[in-house]
Ligand binder design. Structure first.
Ligand code: ATP
Ligand code: MG
Length: 361
C-alpha cells in the first residue's frame, strides 16, 4: 500500500497543506516545533481514527479556528482509498471513506494501514501493561473488525459488572446479578484472550528475527502473553468464568473486577532477563523498534502488501550502525521518516518543514 497524498486544512499548525509522497523513503526534515510530528499525526489519524498524542480532538484544530479537515489518498492493490476526517469544535467528527460517511469508527480500520513509531513508543516496553495491551489491541483491530467489536463489548460488560460491584450493599442480590455479567464477560473475554495469544506467538517469532538482525545476533528477544492459556475459546471460557466466579468476594471488597484480559500483559524478555525491569535504555529502544518492524511483517502476511511505515524522530535515538541496519531493512516499504537532519547515503525524497509549510528539496 502506498500513501499518495495528504491534504490538511486548519490542522494544528497547518493552515493549508498539500503534499505528495514517494513510494519509497520520504524524509521530513525540520527544526524543532515546525510541524513534523503534526503531519504524521494527521496521517495516522486517518488510519486509526485517533491521535497518538491526545484524546482531546479539539486540540487538533488550529488555534482560533472552529474546524479542521484531513484527507489522505492511498493506493492499494484493491484500488484507491480516500479517507477524509472533518473535525469541529461544535459537533461530532465525520469520517468519509471514498465519499461515504461511516457510522462506526470500526469501519475505518483496514482502509489505510500504518505502523507508527515515535519516541513515546518507548512506553511500550518501559511502562504499564495498559500501553502493551493497547499496542496488541490496535494491531489486531486493524486486521479484525470482529475483534474490535468484541473489545468494545467487553468494556461495556466490564463497566456494568464494576458498577454493580461498587453499588452493592446486599451481597446476595449482587451475586445473582454478577453471575449474569460473569458469564457474558467470560464469553467475550475468551475470544479476546485467544486472539491475543495467537497474535503474541506470531509477533514473538517475527520480532526475534528483526531484533537479532539489528543487534548483529547478540540478543534473543522473546514475547509471551501473560494471563490464561488455552487452546480454544471453550477452554478459555470455562477458565475465565471460574476465575471470575472465584474472585467475586475480593471484587466486591475492592469494587472492581480484578481478573480478566483487561489485566493481562505482554512479557518481554531478552536472554532470560525481563527487559521492562532490567533492560538498558538502548535495549528498550531497540526492542520497541523491533516490535514495530515485526508488525510490518504481520500486516504484509495478512493483507498481501506492506502498510506505510511512519518513523517519527527515531534516527536521533539510535547509533549510526543501528540506523544503517534499520534503513537497510525498510527498503521495500513506503516510509515517512522525520528528523532534524538526514545525513545518510540512502536514496530519499526529502521535504523541508518550516512553520507549518512544506517544500520539496
Ligand atoms: N492546535 C494547534 N494550532 C496551532 N498550532 C499548534 C496546535 N497544536 C500544536 N501546535 C504547534 O505545532 C508546533 C509544531 O509541533 P510538532 O510537534 O509537529 O513539531 P516537530 O516539528 O515535530 O518538532 P520536534 O522536532 O520538536 O519534534 C508546536 O510549536 C505547537 O505549538
Ligand atoms: Mg516531533
Amino acid at each position: 500500500m502506498i500513501i499518495k497524498s495528504l491534504q490538511l486544512q486548519n490542522f494544528r499548525n497547518y493552515e493549508h497543506l498539500d503534499i505528495n509522497f514517494d513510494s519509497k523513503l520520504n524524509v521530513l526534515i525540520g527544526k524543532n516545533a515546525q510541524g513534523k510530528t503534526n503531519l504524521v499525526e494527521a496521517i495516522n489519524f486517518c488510519c486509526i481514527g485517533k491521535s497518538h498524542r491526545t484524546s482531546k480532538e479539539r486540540e487538533l484544530i488550529s488555534f482560533n479556528q472552529e474546524s479542521a479537515k484531513i484527507k489522505v489518498i492511498a493506493e492499494k492493490s484493491a484500488g484507491e482509498k480516500k479517507v477524509e476526517i472533518f473535525l469541529s469544535k461544535n459537533s461530532k467528527k465525520v469520517i468519509r471513506i471514498n465519499n461515504l460517511s461511516i457510522l462506526r469508527i470500526g469501519e475505518l480500520f483496514g482502509n489505510i494501514n500504518s505502523v507508527f513509531f515515535s519516541p513515546e513508543d518507548l512506553k511500550l516496553v518501559k511502562e504499564s501493561p495498559v500501553d502493551r495491551r493497547r499496542f496488541i489491541d490496535i494491531d489486531i483491530s486493524q486486521m479484525s473488525k470482529v475483534y474490535f467489536y468484541n473489545l468494545l463489548r467487553y468494556e461495556k460488560i466490564l463497566a456494568q459488572r464494576n458498577k454493580l460491584l461498587k453499588s452493592s450493599f446486599d451481597s446476595n442480590q449482587a451475586m445473582k446479578g454478577l453471575d449474569v455479567w460473569n458469564e457474558q464477560l467470560a464469553q467475550v473475554g475468551a475470544k479476546i484472550i485467544l486472539e491475543r495469544q495467537k497474535f503474541t506467538q506470531h509477533l514473538s517469532k517475527l520480532a526475534n528475527k528483526v531484533h537479532s538482525s539489528i543487534t548483529d545476533g547478540q540478543e534473543n528477544l522473546i514475547l509471551s502473553y501473560t494471563g490464561l492459556q488455552g487452546e480454544n475459546v471453550d477452554s478459555l471460557y470455562r477458565q475465565l468464568y471460574e476465575l471470575l466466579d472465584k474472585s467475586v468476594d475480593k471484587d466486591l471488597q475492592l469494587g472492581y473486577t480484578t481478573v480478566g484480559p483487561h489485566r493481562d500483559d505482554l512479557k518481554i524478555v531478552i536472554d532470560d532477563i525481563d527487559i521492562r525491569s532490567y533492560g538498558s535504555q538502548g535495549q528498550q529502544r531497540t526492542t520497541a523498534l523491533s516490535l514495530k518492524l515485526a508488525e510490518l511483517e504481520i500486516f504484509k502476511e495478512e493483507n498481501g502488501e506492506y502498510p506505510v511505515l511512519i518513523l517519527d524522530d527515531v534516527l536521533s535515538e539510535l547509533d549510526t550502525n543501528r540506523c544503517n541496519k534499520l534503513l537497510d531493512s525498510i527498503q521495500n516499504v513506503q516510509t515517512i521518516l522525520t528528523g532534524t537532519s538526514f545525513d545518510f547515503d540512502y536514496p530519499a525524497t526529502k521535504y523541508l518543514i518550516n512553520h507549518g509549510t512544506v517544500k520539496k528539496l
